[in-house]
Design a protein around this ligand. Structure first.
Ligand SMILES: *[C@@H]1O[C@H](CO)[C@@H](O)[C@H](O)[C@H]1NC(C)=O
Ligand SMILES: *[C@@H]1O[C@H](CO)[C@@H](O)[C@H](O)[C@H]1NC(C)=O
Ligand SMILES: *[C@@H]1O[C@H](CO)[C@@H](O)[C@H](O)[C@H]1NC(C)=O
Ligand SMILES: *[C@@H]1O[C@H](CO)[C@@H](O)[C@H](O)[C@H]1NC(C)=O
Ligand SMILES: *[C@@H]1O[C@H](CO)[C@@H](O)[C@H](O)[C@H]1NC(C)=O
Ligand SMILES: *[C@@H]1O[C@H](CO)[C@@H](O)[C@H](O)[C@H]1NC(C)=O
Ligand SMILES: *[C@@H]1O[C@H](CO)[C@@H](O)[C@H](O)[C@H]1NC(C)=O
Ligand SMILES: *[C@@H]1O[C@H](CO)[C@@H](O)[C@H](O)[C@H]1NC(C)=O
Ligand SMILES: *[C@@H]1O[C@H](CO)[C@@H](O)[C@H](O)[C@H]1NC(C)=O
Ligand SMILES: *[C@@H]1O[C@H](CO)[C@@H](O)[C@H](O)[C@H]1NC(C)=O
Ligand SMILES: *[C@@H]1O[C@H](CO)[C@@H](O)[C@H](O)[C@H]1NC(C)=O
Ligand SMILES: *[C@@H]1O[C@H](CO)[C@@H](O)[C@H](O)[C@H]1NC(C)=O
Length: 705
C-alpha cells in the first residue's frame, strides 16, 4: 500500500476513527489534517495482475472483470466533471485511483466471508481501492464518488476497511401486473447500485386478484394476467399472447437487462409465480386450474410437467445462481400438494441447472411432509410463517416482511412510499431497523444480528390494481426518497435520519447511469422558450438561454406562430421528457381537420393527445394507458393551455378556466373504483408529427408548478 505509507509518514493529527457520512456510511481512519483533491487524479489504473479476475462468490453468473468495473467507474467520474482515462498498470502511481484485489478476508454480520468488502486508502498523492473481489472494488468506487461529491471534490486522507453485513440487499418489483420497459429496469439497477444494493428481484408473472365471489369462469379467463418472458420455443407457444409481445421481454432483451445490471453489480433474480397467482398459465391451459382459476391443480398429471417445461425453457435465460418459483398464497388445505410442488421444482431446477430456489413464505401446515431445507424462504407476513421459528428448524429466511411493502398508488393495507421513520427507528430492541429485524414491534420474533440464517433483505413493491393504476415512473417515485436510507441499513450502515436528510439530495444529483427524475439542466427556472419570432434557417431559437434550439419540418414559422400544415409536420426539440415539477405552457389553435387521436405533444414517456381515437376528450397517454379529461380542446380558435406536473399529480389549465386534474380510475378487485392522481412526465420531444394540423405559439417549459 504505497499511499498508506505516504499518508502515515505525513500524519500530523495522528490516527482517529471517523464515520464517513455517505449512503451507506463508511468507517474510516483519518491520518492527516490535509485533504486529497480529486482534481489531481489523472488516471484510473487497474492492476494488471487482476484485470481479468471476476467474483465467483457473488450472486451473478456474469460477473464483470476488474477492468470492466474500472471502465464503468471512470465513465461515472464524469458526473463529478472529471474526464480520466482507464489504463492497466502494475502498481499505483501519483495522480491515480488504483483498483486492485486485496489479500484481506472480509466478514459480514454473521462472520461469513464476503466477496463484497474493500479497503479504501487515500494518500497525499493518490487513492487505492482494493476489493475482496472486483465487485468489492466497485463498491469502493461508489464510496469514492459519494465522498468526493459531499467533500467538494476532496477526500479525507487515511484508510478504511468496509464490508456489507448481509449479502442480499435490494428490492422486488411486480412486473407481472404492470409492464416496465427494459430501459426503466436498467435505470433502477443504476439507482440501487449507487447505494451498494446488489439484488433486483423481478416478479415476471401474475394476475389481478381473481375475485371468485363475483367473477364468472369466463370473466376470470379474461382477467388481466401476464407472463413477461417471450420465447419462440413451441413448448411455450401461446403463454404470451401476441397482443402482449410488445409488453414482454425476448431473450435478447432479457440478456440486455441482466448484463446492464450486472455491469453495476446488481443481479436480476427472476421469479415465475406458481402454483398460486398463476392465472396466466391457466388462461393458456385451462384444464390445469382449480375452481379458483388463479391456482394450479397440482394433482393434475400435466401441472408439474408444464411447470418443468416452462422452467426448462427459461432456465438458460437466467444468469443468476438463484431463481424464484413464487409459491405464494396457495390453498392451505392442499399443503401436501404445495410441498410436493416446491420440492419437485427445487430438485428439477437444481439438477437441470445447478441453481437454488426461493419461495415466498406461505402457510401450508402438513403432518406428512416438509419444504426442503435447501430452499430459501422469503418471509413476508407473520400470518404466513414465523421466520425465527423456521430458522430454529434449520431454514434460511430472507427478510421481505411487509413492514416495507409498497402497493402502487392505493391500497387498503399498504402505503405508497417507504416508511422512513421505520427505517431509522424500526428495531423493537431500540435503534434502527436492520435485515435481521423481521418484526418491527416485537423483539422476541427476531433472531440475533449475527444469525447466519438471514441472507439479507428485499423490499417489495406490488401492483395489485394493475397496469392502469400507475405510470412506469411512479414505481420509482415510491422508492425514490426512502430506498437509499434502507440501503444503508441493508448494508449495515449507521446513518442517522438527520444525516440522511442532509446528504440525500446532493448524492442523488450524481447517481450515474440514470435520469429517473427526467431532470433537464437549466440556468434558470425557464428551461426552454420558443417565441417563433423569426426563422433562422430551419432552426427554432430557444430564448431561455439554455440553447435548446428546435427545428420544424413541414411548418411555417414567424410572427410568433409555428403552423403545422400537413399531417406529418413536426416540431422537434432536443429534449425528451421533464419529470416533476414542471409547467409546459403554450397557445394552440388546432384545425378542425386534425383527426381525433392525433398527438399535440409526444416524448418517450408520454403524449398529450386530442382524444383516444373515438372520443375527442383531451388525454394524457403514458405507457399504453390513456388518462382522459372531461374536456375537449376547441378547434379553429386559440386557447392558452398549461400542462402542469405538481408533485404526484398532473393538471391542465385551458383558457381562463380552473385547473382540471388527470385521474387514474383504479378497478378494485372488480368490486369498486378509486379515483387517484396520476403523475405523468411532460412530453417535450415533439409537437405534432402524427396528424396534428394547426398552429402553436408561446411554447415554454419551466421547472416549477
Ligand atoms: C474465509 O476466507 C479465508 C481466506 O480465503 C479462508 O481461509 C476461510 O476458510 C474462509 N472461511 C469460510 C467460512 O469460508
Ligand atoms: C482503524 O484502525 C484500527 C487500528 O489499526 C483498526 O483496528 C480498525 O480496523 C481500522 N478501521 C477501519 C474502518 O479500517
Ligand atoms: C385436479 O386434477 C385431478 C386429476 O386430474 C382431478 O381428479 C381433480 O378433480 C382436479 N381438481 C379440481 C378441483 O379440478
Ligand atoms: C435440495 O434438496 C432436495 C432434496 O430435499 C434435492 O432433491 C435437490 O436437488 C436439492 N437442491 C439443490 C439445489 O441442491
Ligand atoms: C401524493 O402526494 C400527496 C401529497 O403530497 C400525498 O398525501 C399522497 O399520499 C401521495 N400519493 C401517492 C400515491 O403517493
Ligand atoms: C411508520 O413506521 C413507524 C414505526 O414503525 C410507525 O409508528 C408509523 O405508524 C408508520 N407510519 C405510517 C404512515 O405507517
Ligand atoms: C412477541 O412474540 C412472542 C413470540 O412470538 C409472543 O409470545 C409474544 O406474545 C409477543 N408479544 C406481544 C406483545 O405481542
Ligand atoms: C375511447 O374512450 C371511450 C370511453 O372510455 C371508449 O368507449 C372507447 O372505446 C375509446 N376508444 C378507443 C379507440 O380506445
Ligand atoms: C402494445 O400493443 C398494444 C396492441 O397493439 C397496444 O394497445 C399497446 O399500447 C402497446 N403497448 C406498448 C407498451 O407499447
Ligand atoms: C363532462 O362535462 C360536461 C359539461 O362540460 C358535463 O355535462 C358531463 O356530465 C361531464 N361528464 C362527466 C363524465 O363528468
Ligand atoms: C413539486 O411541487 C410540490 C407541490 O407544490 C412540492 O411539494 C414539491 O416539493 C415540488 N417538488 C420539486 C421537485 O420541486
Ligand atoms: C383500469 O383497470 C380496471 C381493471 O383493473 C378497470 O376496471 C378500469 O375500468 C380501468 N380504468 C380505466 C380508466 O380504463
Amino acid at each position: 500500500m504505497l499511499f498508506a505509507a505516504v499518508a502515515f509518514a505525513a500524519s500530523v493529527v495522528g490516527l482517529f476513527a471517523k464515520t464517513l457520512v455517505g449512503i451507506p456510511t463508511v468507517e474510516f481512519n483519518v491520518t492527516s489534517a490535509a485533504q486529497f483533491p480529486l482534481s489531481s487524479v489523472t488516471r484510473v489504473l487497474v492492476d494488471e495482475k487482476y484485470q481479468d479476475v471476476v467474483d465467483l462468490d457473488g450472486k451473478t453468473l456474469i460477473p464483470p472483470t476488474l477492468l470492466a468495473f474500472g471502465r464503468t467507474f471512470a465513465a461515472d467520474l464524469l458526473e463529478l466533471g472529471l474526464h480520466v482515462p482507464v489504463e492497466v498498470a502494475g502498481s499505483a502511481q501519483p495522480g491515480s485511483v488504483f483498483l486492485t484485489i486485496s489479500p484481506d478476508v472480509f466478514c459480514d454480520a454473521a462472520s461469513r466471508n464476503t466477496s463484497e468488502g474493500y479497503t479504501l486508502t487515500v494518500g497525499a498523492q493518490g487513492v487505492v481501492i482494493a476489493g475482496a473481489s472486483p465487485l468489492g472494488a466497485f463498491w469502493g468506487t461508489r464510496t469514492l464518488i459519494q465522498q468526493a461529491k459531499l467533500g467538494a471534490l476532496e477526500l479525507p486522507i487515511g484508510s478504511g476497511s468496509d464490508a456489507p453485513g448481509w449479502g442480499t440487499r435490494g428490492v422486488m418489483l411486480d412486473a407481472g401486473r404492470h409492464y416496465y420497459p427494459p430501459e426503466f429496469l436498467t435505470e433502477i439497477c443504476a439507482y440501487l447500485s449507487f447505494f451498494k444494493q446488489n439484488t433486483f428481484h423481478l416478479h415476471l408473472s401474475d394476475n389481478l386478484f381473481n375475485n371468485v365471489d363475483i367473477y364468472s369462469r369466463e370473466r376470470s379467463l379474461d382477467l388481466y394476467a401476464a407472463f413477461r418472458l417471450n420465447s419462440d420455443d413451441p413448448v411455450v407457444a401461446g403463454l404470451v399472447r401476441p397482443y402482449r409481445f410488445n409488453e414482454s421481454y425476448t431473450r435478447e432483451t432479457f440478456d440486455e437487462i441482466q448484463s446492464s445490471c450486472a455491469a453495476r453489480g446488481v443481479t436480476i433474480i427472476p421469479e415465475i409465480e406458481a402454483p398460486g397467482h398463476a392465472l396466466v398459465i391457466v388462461q393458456w391451459k385451462p384444464e390445469l386450474g382449480l375452481a379458483d382459476l388463479s391456482l394450479l391443480n397440482i394433482s393434475h398429471p400435466d401441472t408439474i410437467p408444464t411447470m418443468e417445461a416452462i422452467w426448462r425453457t427459461f432456465l438458460p435465460w437466467f444468469h443468476s445462481k438463484t431463481v424464484h418459483i413464487g409459491a405464494d398464497e396457495y390453498d392451505s388445505a392442499l399443503a401436501d400438494d404445495y410441498i410436493l410442488f416446491v420440492n419437485t421444482m427445487s430438485s428439477f431446477i437444481g439438477s437441470s441447472s445447478g441453481k437454488d430456489i426461493r419461495i415466498w413464505g406461505t402457510n401450508e401446515p402438513s403432518n406428512n411432509s416438509a419444504v426442503s431445507r435447501n430452499i430459501t424462504i422469503q418471509h413476508w407476513e407473520f400470518f404466513e410463517d414465523n421466520p425465527f421459528d423456521l430458522i430454529k428448524e434449520g431454514y434460511t429466511l430472507l427478510n421481505s416482511d411487509d413492514g416495507f411493502y409498497i402497493v402502487g398508488k392505493w391500497s387498503g393495507s399498504y402505503p405508497q412510499q417507504l416508511n422512513i421513520t421505520r427505517i431509522f427507528e424500526g428495531n423493537p430492541a431500540g435503534g434502527a431497523w436492520a435485515p435481521y429485524v423481521f418484526d418491527t414491534n416485537n423483539a422476541t420474533n427476531n433472531p440475533p444480528r449475527s444469525d447466519p440464517s438471514v441472507p439479507g433483505h428485499i423490499a417489495a413493491q406490488w401492483n395489485d390494481y394493475g397496469p392502469n393504476a400507475t405510470t412506469v415512473s411512479e414505481a420509482y417515485y415510491s422508492w425514490r426518497n426512502g430506498l437509499p436510507a434502507l440501503a444503508d441499513k441493508q448494508w449495515g450502515g449507521v446513518l442517522t435520519r438527520a444525516q440522511y436528510d442532509a446528504v440525500f439530495e446532493e448524492l442523488h444529483s450524481v447517481i450515474p447511469g440514470q435520469n429517473l427524475d427526467r431532470a433537464i439542466a437549466s440556468k434558470t427556472d425557464v428551461i426552454l422558450r420558443y417565441d417563433f419570432a423569426a426563422v433562422n434557417g430551419s432552426t427554432i431559437t430557444d430564448s431561455s438561454g439554455n440553447g435548446y434550439d428546435g427545428s420544424c419540418t413541414g411548418c411555417s414559422i414567424g410572427n410568433g406562430v409555428a403552423s403545422l400544415s400537413s399531417h406529418s409536420s413536426r416540431l422537434t426539440t432536443p429534449l425528451s421528457s421533464k419529470g416533476r415539477n414542471y409547467t409546459l405552457s403554450f397557445s394552440i389553435n388546432p384545425s378542425s381537420h386534425t383527426p381525433i387521436g392525433a398527438s399535440i405533444l409526444s416524448g418517450p414517456d408520454s403524449a398529450l393527445v386530442l382524444g383516444n381515437g373515438t372520443l375527442p376528450s383531451l388525454a394524457l397517454v403514458s405507457g399504453n394507458q390513456a388518462y382522459a379529461l372531461n374536456y375537449t380542446l376547441p378547434r379553429d380558435v386559440w386557447t392558452d393551455v398549461a400542462l402542469i406536473g405538481r408533485g404526484n399529480a398532473t393538471f391542465l389549465r385551458a383558457g381562463g378556466a380552473p385547473e382540471m386534474q388527470f385521474l387514474a380510475v383504479l378497478g378494485i378487485n372488480g368490486a369498486s373504483f378509486e379515483w387517484q392522481p396520476i403523475a405523468v412526465e411532460a412530453p417535450v420531444a415533439q409537437v405534432g408529427g402524427d396528424g396534428f394540423l394547426g398552429s402553436i405559439a408561446k411554447f415554454q417549459l419551466t421547472g416549477s408548478a
